[in-house]
Design a protein around this ligand. Structure first.
Ligand code: PMP
Length: 377
């Protein structure tokens, strides 16, 4: 009799294992260079990861000319992709920050509440999405953050909010920033789609940079899964922007104490690929072009899907398909309609009606439009 016989089967994660992302040319090139470099060894990285990678990652999200970086008040540690960066940041906050409550948007990526709860934070939500307009519930957001306890942590999606595809405008970001700073709320940005939303790395980092430019403190978790297609490499970074260099170095010393007993030090391969690309002017340029092509293709798929629904006379206003940003369309379809489309059309999406636009092509748009049309008719 197994000592584990009482264990109940956990539900499967519905999302992991979906899709077959392509490998970027520039990533192939970087890997070739790494393979040919006989001076590379398999030594451990330090607890905080590859130094070049960390520096370049901070520059990528905060800007090449960021005063915060020049003033040495940013500490960056390499982590296991976006998820690991969020977890390390959350563990650090749970141990050392005076306010253990984190506010996450409603809805948000399904892993957020689990990561933060297991790290020891207490999770609350703020209103974000308005199903009636399929847009931002800006009033609700301001009210909820306005009544959050002083010092609370606020999780913000840097761009291309998952799952809604709805982002605040720059003007709205500015109002959110002012409100948060006036109430001493601590911003923790999740940047999983930099470059994927608009096609421009700088444009997609604007929200984060606004909060850094005011001199206040900021956490940001970066993932290279989507924008370099390095899903399985598990490469990401956590940066904590501090008031001054002295605080930053003390913060870093404590981040090491979080990381060391968790996984000792991060893996070398993915970080070497990223650093190779970010530090070479030509490869960097090629990356931005490939990234822009991916983002543009998704924007084209949105237009094609929207046009296809129009052509079919599908009831309802589908303009949110072209207004939303990033990889996903939050269709507004309910779980019965989703189940119908899966059963009758073999179309797979999350039960909240979120479609991955990255998985769509001109060839498959008509089939999807037929399915949506049949589901809502
Ligand atoms: N944050 C958000 C909003 C995401 O959508 C994802 C991936 N789906 C992640 C973080 C983390 O991804 P990863 O750990 O693969 O970088």
């Amino acid at each position: 009799n197994s000592v584990f016989s009482h264990i109940v089967r956990a539900p499967e994660d519905p999302i992991l294992g979906e899709g077959k992302p392509l490998v970027l040319n520039v990533v192939r090139q970087a890997e070739q260079l790494l393979v040919n470099d006989r001076s590379r060894v398999k030594e451990y990285l330090s607890i905080t990861g590859l130094a070049d990678f960390n520096k370049l990652s901070a520059k990528l999200i905060l800007g090449a000319d960021s005063p915060a970086i020049q003033e040495n008040r940013v500490t960056t540690v390499q982590c296991l992709s976006g998820t690991g960066s969020l977890r390390v940041g959350a563990e650090f906050l749970a141990r050392h920050y005076h306010q253990r409550t984190i506010y996450i948007p409603q809805p948000t990526w399904g892993n957020h509440p689990k990561v933060f709860t297991l790290a020891g934070l207490s999770v609350k939500s703020y209103r974000y999405y308005d199903p009636a307009t399929r847009g931002l519930n800006f009033q609700g957001l301001l009210e909820d953050l306005g009544s959050a306890p002083s010092g609370a942590i606020v999780l913000l999606h840097a761009c291309a909010h998952n799952p809604t595809g709805v982002d605040p405008t720059i003007d709205q970001w500015e109002q959110i920033r002012r409100l948060m700073r006036s109430r001493g709320l601590l911003p923790f940005f999740d940047s999983a789609y930099q470059g994927f939303a608009s096609g421009s790395l700088d444009t997609d980092a604007q929200s984060v940079r606004m909060f850094v430019a005011d001199g206040g403190e900021v956490l940001v978790a970066q993932s290279y899964a989507k924008n370099m297609g390095l899903y399985g490499e598990r490469v990401g970074a956590l940066s904590i922007v501090c008031r001054n260099a002295d605080v930053a170095s003390r913060v870093e010393s404590q981040l090491k104490l979080v990381i060391r007993p968790m996984y000792s030090n991060p893996p070398i391969h993915g970080a070497s690929i990223v650093a190779t690309i970010l530090k070479d002017r030509n490869m960097y340029r090629e990356w931005t072009l490939e990234l822009k092509a991916m983002a543009d293709r998704i924007i084209r798929m949105r237009q094609q899907l929207f046009d296809a629904l129009r052509a079919r006379g599908t009831p309802g206003d589908w303009s949110h398909i072209i207004k939303q940003i990033g990889m996903f369309t939050f269709t507004g379809l309910n779980s019965e309609q989703v189940a119908f489309m899966t059963k009758e059309y073999h179309i797979y999406m999350t039960s909240d009606g979120r479609i991955s636009m990255a998985g769509l092509s001109s060839r498959t748009v008509p089939h999807l439009a037929d399915a949506i049309h049949a589901a809502v008719a």
